[in-house]
Design a protein. Structure first.
Length: 85
């Protein structure tokens, strides 16, 4: 199997497969759960460079993740995205 995010076809990856390549696994998890009124800027910087960003966002949307930054988007941004589709 090809590395997640590197030319992978439309097949879906399990959470275990894509999380192995996720940049967030190599950094402080607190970045992805900012406190109320805090900023998601630190998480977005990590997500912007992550090769499995799309898989992460897809996972969060399919599983209705309520907390944290997933695929570079906050909960509110993911909710807006779901409503517009």
């Amino acid at each position: 199997m090809k590395k997640p995010g590197l030319g992978l076809s439309s097949e879906r990856l399990s959470a275990e497969e894509w999380t192995e390549s996720a940049m967030c696994a190599q950094t402080d998890p607190e970045r992805f759960y900012p406190e109320l009124g805090g900023t998601a800027a630190a998480a977005r910087k990590v997500c912007a460079q992550c090769v499995v960003r799309a898989e992460c966002l897809d996972y969060a949307l399919r599983n209705n993740e309520l907390y944290g930054v997933w695929g570079g988007l906050t909960r509110q941004e993911r909710r807006r995205m779901q409503r517009s589709s």
